[in-house]
Design a binder for this molecule. Structure first.
Ligand code: GDP
Ligand code: IMO
Ligand code: MG
Length: 424
């Protein structure tokens, strides 16, 4: 069986935890979009892993990990990720495969990301400064980009890098009066990337299709979340890839119809890092309660996450455009102790009610939420393993979300650890 895991909100829904759990029954885990902007947490006993480029199946010793073509690979982060796991005796030899067609994030991409954000001042997007936008822009522009397979011919790459860096330096100087970067330094780094990463670099599309033909089960791991999708999210406050389920086929060359099940991951409330509209945001003591209790600080940047109520309008939209079959609802434990809990069930925009999420920042910014309010619970639920053992109000909350999103909630998170999970 092939499954795809995708975030239904603005990222950080708990995808890493779900992928790690489901990887136990999968042969291969595939990252298909984004880059080191992602931070996927896996907690196993006392160990806490933050994966940025490596698929979250990496923690399982026998799971094959694939980094597919549409991932923008930051080799520094990837190599560090491989080393961190090696220190914990988790080796990726013979089970990590990186697409030769994946584009590489180089230092000038990170520099450009930073310079652009600084120049935008209060209008900045709040990116992770991981060079994601500039690298995807170069990919689309086609002329000034380096792919993993290009590391195979270093002589040719050296000349190309000189052309690219000359071009970038002209732009950096003209627009930002920035210091030039050195093509030689970047080339030296590329030599080391070639050494360390070429042994893992293959045609991943061929590999995946052969694996599917051979009956292997594959787990496709989305990064970010549907509302950060470049084309279908809250543009321009999005990332630069198709981070919804729609990005999976293009991201790895495997058609959507080869996926048997799409599991959407959502938090029992909503969070967002970076700028952009957020209709259910609670910039008050409720948001602070959620932030403190859920430890809502970015896995990649450490920034405090903006917190708010569950938005059934937004999640239903993600379910619709992703053809999501069922939902994994995480962080139910974080809501413990709140007297009342709200679910946004519709928006009012310019005096008109709608329950279809407008992926349009101008209209979304005007959305007033229409809420349904349910009673909270006080009991500690972090050790509950059966749905029926949850407090009745927590059970009711789950049922209200199912009703409002039209999809069954088949997995419930009650804590960060593998075993703090309820399956229905
Ligand atoms: P991802 O980007 O979707 O993989 O999510 P992140 O790892 O960035 O953020 C999710 C955070 O919530 C991590 O710190 C997880 O360890 C934690 N987490 C995941 N599921 C649960 C849950 O059900 N309850 C609690 N309290 N924490 C969870
Ligand atoms: P995971 O996979 C949450 C957000 C950034 C910013 C916007 C653009 O851990 O869920 P970028 O660096 O991509 O150009 O930033 O997207 N963002 C994320 N927010 N989780 C993520 O990944 C994110 N990846 C990017 O905060 O608002
Ligand atoms: Mg994250």
């Amino acid at each position: 069986m092939n499954c795809c895991i995708v975030g239904l909100q603005w990222g950080d829904e708990g995808k890493g935890k779900i992928v790690d759990i489901l990887a136990e029954h999968s042969d291969i885990v595939v990252r298909y979009s984004g880059g080191a902007n992602a931070g996927h947490t896996v907690v196993v006993g006392d160990s806490r892993f933050a994966l940025h480029i490596l698929p979250s199946g990496a923690i399982r010793p026998n799971t094959v990990c694939v980094i597919a073509s549409a991932v923008v690979v930051d080799p520094d982060v990837l190599i560090k990720g491989i080393q961190t796991l090696a220190q914990k005796n988790i080796t990726l030899t013979k089970r990590l495969f990186i697409s030769e067609n994946a584009h590489i994030v180089l230092d000038y991409h990170k520099k450009e990301d930073q310079l652009r954000e600084e120049a935008l001042g209060k209008n900045k997007l709040g990116t992770t400064i991981r060079g994601i936008g500039p690298c995807y822009a170069d990919k689309v522009g086609r002329s000034y980009t380096v792919r993993m397979g290009d590391l195979r011919d270093l002589e040719k790459l050296k000349a190309r890098l000189q052309t690219i860096v000359d071009y970038k330096n002209k732009i950096f100087a003209a627009l930002y009066k920035a210091e030039p970067i050195s093509a030689d330094e970047i080339f030296e780094k590329c030599k080391s990337y070639a050494d360390k990463l070429l042994p893992f670099t293959i045609d991943t599309t061929e590999f995946l299709h052969k694996a599917i033909a051979g009956g292997k089960s594959i787990l496709f791991e989305g990064a970010q979340g549907t509302l950060l999708d470049l084309d279908h999210g809250t543009f321009p406050f999005v990332t630069s890839s198709n981070s919804s389920a729609l990005g999976m086929p293009a991201g790895c060359g495997v058609p959507a119809k080869m996926v048997d099940k799409l599991i959407g991951v959502a938090k029992a409330y909503t969070t967002r890092v970076g700028a952009g509209p957020f209709p259910t945001e609670q910039d008050n003591e409720i948001g602070q309660y959620i932030r403190d209790k859920g430890q809502e600080y970015g896995t990649t940047t450490g920034r405090p996450r903006r917190c708010g109520w569950f938005d059934a309008v937004a999640v239903s939209y993600a379910v619709t455009i992703g053809a999501i079959d069922c939902i994994a609802l995480m962080h139910l434990d974080t809501l413990t102790g709140l007297k009342e809990i709200k679910i946004a069930t519709a928006y009012e925009i310019n005096g008109k009610q709608t329950s279809f999420f407008p992926a349009n920042t101008t209209r979304l910014s005007k959305a007033e939420c229409i809420y349904e309010t349910v009673s909270g619970w006080e009991e500690d639920i972090t050790t509950v393993s059966n749905f029926d053992d949850l407090p009745l109000n927590a059970q009711n909350y789950i049922c209200r979300i199912e009703e409002n999103t039209g999809k069954p909630i088949t997995i419930i998170g009650v804590g960060p650890e593998r075993n703090q999970t309820i399956f229905r």
